[in-house]
Write a protein that binds this ligand. Structure first.
Ligand code: NAD
Length: 338
């Protein structure tokens, strides 16, 4: 039986993999994969990793030297992998391109609604029997404009949800879909016309800090920013300044630039050595969730099924429909290999 090293294990992952998998001997490790612990995979034929693992050239070399032939990402994104090193070390990489775009799109709307209708504040107040309404005024979504950056699987579902609320949708994507039910526009127009902006594109070298100081300056006063994609899409310092100046009325962030460095399982004793994060968290109009947008029963089941299927295909010598390779990431980063 092939052996698999499973990194960054959470109880909810293990439940689904144990329930569904009969083909592999899985060794579960709580550690996030990085160069210091990649040798835990010694003797394993495959490794399973996740979004915040450090899969740089060192990690990849150690995995390959220890017999790992394939790295199965149990997520859609792959910006944390050095594909050149994977190519040079003959390490295959597969992923789960879709597990539940609904999960992420619905969480995005949850963040937006919470921010706009101040549910987080109301919840705290009423638990103290404080029924004051002051400071809780929101606005109707109906008739407002939402700017959506990235109109792939998640972006399109989020757009439908927004349309259900009667919002006007304006979107930007370098690869627009055919016959959209919404308008496409250049980024400057989207910035200028949107009451809220939601990010649904992958993080690449080109769009790192897409939402920069200059981008915030082009936006409407009092815009809301929602990010359930990748933290690096937003310059956190620039966001903090934009929040302080009230240019941005509120931010709902499921992802954050430095999230990989944070220990989310039990932060109760952690002193967060990240001044920008500490200041963002302290603001009443910022809501942070810890990269949980994907976290539904349906998504976890799909992640386990597709990851196991990817490994079964590889060891059975079948074509890898969910492979991401070096050339993909150099030219066709949004499409699968096959
Ligand atoms: P997708 O590949 O279906 O769609 C991404 C879209 O972004 C594509 O249409 C692509 O053309 C577009 N795009 C690429 N570069 C762009 C740019 N510079 N500006 C605007 N658009 C650009 O991906 P998806 O399944 O919709 O996922 C979107 C992102 O959501 C992923 O890249 C990932 O970072 C994030 N995600 C987050 C979670 C979470 O739990 N928070 C879970 C899954 C995915």
């Amino acid at each position: 039986m092939k052996k698999v090293a499973f990194f960054d294990t959470k109880q909810y992952d293990r439940e689904w993999f144990d329930r569904l998998d009969k083909s592999f001997e899985i060794k579960y490790f709580e550690e996030k994969l990085n160069p210091e612990n990649a040798d835990l995979a010694a003797g394993c034929d495959a490794a399973i990793a996740f979004v915040n693992d450090t899969i740089n050239s060192k990690t990849i070399k150690i995995l390959a030297e220890n017999g790992v032939e394939i790295l199965a990402m149990r997520c859609a994104g792959y910006n944390n992998i050095n594909f050149k090193a994977a190519h040079e070390n003959n390490l295959k990489v597969v992923r789960v391109p879709v597990y539940s775009p609904y999960a992420v799109a619905e969480h995005t709307m949850a963040l937006f609604l919470t921010l706009n209708r101040k549910i987080h504040k109301a919840y705290s107040r009423t638990r103290d029997f404080n029924f004051s309404l002051s400071g809780l005024t929101g606005f109707d979504l109906h008739g407002k404009t939402i700017g959506v950056i990235g109109t792939g699987k998640i972006g399109q579902i989020f757009i439908k949800i927004c349309q259900g609320f009667g919002m006007r949708v304006i979107a930007y994507d370098p690869y627009p879909i055919e016959n959209p039910s919404f308008e496409y526009a250049e980024l400057d127009t989207l910035y200028r016309e949107s009451d809220a902006i939601s990010l649904h594109c992958p993080l690449t070298e080109e769009n790192h800090h897409l939402l920069s100081k200059e981008a915030f300056e082009k936006m409407r006063n009092g815009v809301y920013i929602i990010n359930t994609s990748r933290g690096g899409l937003i310059d956190s310092e620039a966001l903090l300044e934009a929040l302080k100046s009230r240019k941005v009325a509120g931010a709902g962030l499921d992802v954050y630039e430095e999230e990989a460095a944070l220990f989310f399982e039990d932060c109760s004793d952690t002193i967060v050595d990240d001044d920008v994060l500490a200041r963002l968290v302290s603001l009443p109009n910022v809501i942070l969730t810890s990269h949980q947008a994907f976290l539904t029963e349906e998504a976890l089941k799909n992640i386990a099924e597709v990851t196991i299927g990817n490994l079964e295909d590889y060891f059975a010598g079948k074509p890898l429909k969910n492979e991401v390779c070096y050339s993909c990431t150099n030219g066709c980063a949004t499409t699968d290999c096959n």
